[in-house]
Design a protein around this ligand. Structure first.
Ligand code: QV4
Ligand code: CA
Length: 512
């Protein structure tokens, strides 16, 4: 008993690896750049009713206001203070969102930028989302407060103070990422200010954190902050619940440091996931879907209970961070739906759906020179509301991938098959594959450009099922394709390569 008390007291238990999602919910959605009032609405009108487990929100703290280029999305990765005010809204709107989402079992996970403050080259001013002043030459941020003593200058060994070589694990942590003032996270005072901020969010009702730029923080420093964090607010979470932690560490292999160093601290973003799946669905490098038979650790990905997985994220959907040209995004919608469908059907990892806004890509020498363009906004820079059209899609430039029927229905598929092993794998040696999840679900893909006409063992009980990709179950009928499973559990699937979405998915809750 003593040990259990000790473990609970010191939060040493495995809590921070658990997403804290409500029973039966298995995915989160990144509502990138959404305003708090729109997220609150979306929780109540869509995410709660459709079984989403939570929302990753953009950094809620005060950031630098960048005017050249005009209000880029990345200004939110340049903190000025930990006051809760940003283009997404103020503290009252933030509190309202967390309460309303928690009340419909949709958790809030805050993107937290704790490795650094804003760029070193801004100088003195108060162009910030709360009006707090700063002087980056003096390294002074009165809004926290931080002074020059709280930054890494003396620890960094490079001439210009920036990270110049990712082969050197020390400078990756102790020098500036892209010239951003690097915090001295070994200092008690800095750890105190950061945990004070994160604990404020926890007490408001937040369920966990995306830790931005974790590669640039020593694992021991992150751990020291995590152990200072409160248990979750018992108004919505079981007593003793620990905040869910997922660390942004980009590791495609070949660098000095690796994701293994962060295993004991929390979950980690698995960037190999989207990069490799993009290659497979695009059939680059002779990749083919039949090779996905051992997808997961078999492909060199981290252990499934440490991985947070996604097809694209806010960085690599626009050429930032890592993943390169193979990354599939909403711009490649047909393949994107298939890849997201595969991710949600496969048991590996904890899944995150990207929900974007559109922007006018303009490639010059292979680089999108509009990669900085911020969220849909009014001329004063304020972010536009998310409007919902008659057909359930979003307006005002918001893409709302999470509302695409194929993606919403696969979020539900993942909930229905949760806990069931991958079974009944079949492939044609090329790009036609199928697999089941125990006796609860089955999915078939045709990414070959030749028609598919097969009879497969599904593992499902006999009956008539609605395909949740071409439609769904609506009372006693299917709005899309119907699949009949025989008494022996086998079913016949035909997928022509010209069909809009060349994949079929059925599960226990889509059975007539
Ligand atoms: C420029 C020069 C620097 C110079 C600096 C001086 O490039 O060499 O030292 O000025 O001020 C923006 C600009 C960038 C500018 C920088 C500082 O794009 O040109 O540097 O500001 O002024 C996002 C964007 C960055 C953006 C940053 C801060 O992607 O372009 O930089 O926000 O606004 C690595 C990391 C990984 C990181 C990824 C992008 O290991 O952790 O790069 N991903 C996370 C976030 C990402 C964010 C950051 C980290 C930084 O997902 O969105 O970067 O918080 O792989
Ligand atoms: Ca650092």
């Amino acid at each position: 008993m003593t040990l259990l008390i000790l473990l609970t007291l010191f939060g040493v238990c495995t809590g921070q690896f658990k997403p804290n999602v409500a029973n039966g919910r298995t995915s989160i959605v990144h509502l990138f750049e959404w305003r708090w009032e729109d997220i609150a609405e979306e929780c109540e009108r869509f995410l709660g009713p459709n079984g989403f487990g939570g929302v990753q929100i953009s950094p809620p703290n005060e950031n630098l206001v960048v005017t050249n280029p005009f209000r880029p999305w990345w200004e939110r990765y340049q903190p000025i203070s930990y006051k809760i005010c940003s283009r997404s809204g103020d503290e009252q709107q933030f509190r309202d969102m967390v309460t309303r989402c928690n009340n419909v079992q949709v958790n809030i996970y805050a993107d937290s930028v704790i490795n650094h403050m804003c760029s070193s080259e801004i100088g003195k001013g108060s162009s910030s989302t709360c009006g707090s002043s700063y002087d980056t030459y003096k390294k002074s941020f009165p809004g926290v407060p931080y002074s020059y003593k709280d930054f890494n200058e003396y620890k960094c060994k490079t001439d210009d103070g920036d990270i110049d070589n990712y082969e050197d694990a020390e400078q990756v942590r102790d020098c500036r990422l892209e010239g951003l003032l690097d915090l001295a996270l070994e200092k008690d005072y800095v750890r105190e200010k950061i945990s004070e901020y994160l604990n404020k969010l926890i007490d408001i009702g937040v369920a966990g954190f995306r830790l931005d730029a974790s590669k640039h923080m020593w694992p021991g420093d992150i751990q020291a902050i995590v152990t200072r964090l409160n248990n979750l607010n018992t108004q919505w979470f079981p007593n003793g619940s620990r905040p869910f932690i997922f660390q942004e560490v980009i590791d495609l292999g070949g660098e000095a440091l690796s994701v293994q160093e962060y295993y004991d601290v929390g979950r980690i973003t698995e960037f190999k996931y989207g990069a490799k799946l993009g290659m497979v669905f695009r059939k680059w490098d002779n990749e083919k879907m039949a090779n996905l038979k051992n997808w997961g650790e078999g492909w060199g990905l981290m252990p499934t209970d440490r991985a947070t997985v996604f097809i694209d994220n806010h960085d690599n959907q626009r050429g930032h961070g890592a993943g390169g040209a193979s990354i599939l995004t909403f711009f490649d919608s047909r393949l994107y739906k298939m890849a997201v469908g595969f991710m949600l059907a496969h048991p590996y990892g904890f899944t995150r759906i990207m929900s974007s806004y559109s922007w006018p890509r303009h490639f010059v020498d292979g680089k999108d020179i509009n990669d900085w363009v911020g969220p849909p906004s009014h001329s004063d820079g304020s972010t536009k509301a998310v409007t919902i059209n008659e057909d359930g899609t979003c307006g005002n430039g918001w893409v709302c991938e999470h509302r695409w029927r194929q993606i919403t229905n696969m979020v539900i598929f993942r909930n229905v098959v949760s806990g069931q092993a991958l079974t009944n794998w079949w492939d044609n040696g090329e790009n036609q594959i199928a697999f089941g999840r125990g006796n609860a679900g089955f999915i078939v893909f045709n990414n070959d450009c030749r028609d598919m006409d097969v009879t497969l063992t599904t593992g499902l009980p006999a009956g008539t099922y609605c395909d949740v990709i071409s439609g769904q179950k609506d009372g006693t009928r299917c709005t899309g394709t119907e699949i009949t499973v025989s008494s022996t559990g086998s079913a016949h699937f035909t997928i022509t390569c010209s069909t809009e979405d060349p994949f079929i998915a059925i599960h226990m809750n889509s059975k007539l």
